[in-house]
Design a binder for this molecule. Sequence first.
Ligand code: ADP
Ligand code: ZN
Length: 210
Amino acid sequence: MNLILLGAPGAGKGTQATKIADRYGLVHISTGDIFRANIKAGTEIGLLAKSYTDKGELVPDEVTCAIVRDRLTWEDCKKGYLLDGFPRNLFQAEELDKFAHIDGVVNINIDHALLMDRLCGRRVCRECGESYHVSTLGGKTTCARCGGELYQRKDDNPETVGARLAVYNEQTAPLIDYYTRKGIILNFTGSEAPAEALFEEVKAVLDKLA
Ligand code: ADP
Ligand code: ZN
């Protein structure tokens, strides 16, 4: 089963992605994680990506599509994969159609009024990627799951979040129509409820697809 996970920044894609990948044995491919790893390692791709991710803009399509296209040729993708953060515009979606077959698109709709606070208060574990909201941490700086150090992503500041939301509205949201027309969209509503509740709904739908 090959899936796409769609949703605005802060909709809770990361948390659902881990749960979905675990349950269905899929490879989790996050373009945001790939860029962050490259930036950390100081690779050529990282140097290029940084100038865009810092501003909340999209890394150029040619670069992003080439990375995903290559990643999907790895042996592990034969068991199925979950694309998280890709495609992010119509060009990328059309490119993807040339080298992949997608069975379903998990779309998380969420009230955008929630997102600014969620993202600006987000703290992420350096080790396992789990995210938390600063308001629930009570000053703790380590991950409850693995003990790793929590940090704030450089692009989780009001200015960059504003840009990321604008990019989502202008470029990524039209993909909902694109995949609705293809008949493979699976719509869900995110909220302030715990991620487990949303995952129960996602599971009920994906179990029928798997
Ligand atoms: P978000 O929380 O905004 O959904 P991601 O971790 O998915 O964040 O992505 C972080 C940044 O990485 C984006 O703002 C963008 O600069 C870059 N990026 C990730 N995926 C893509 C993509 N498919 N195309 C272009 N740029 C991307
Ligand atoms: Zn952790």
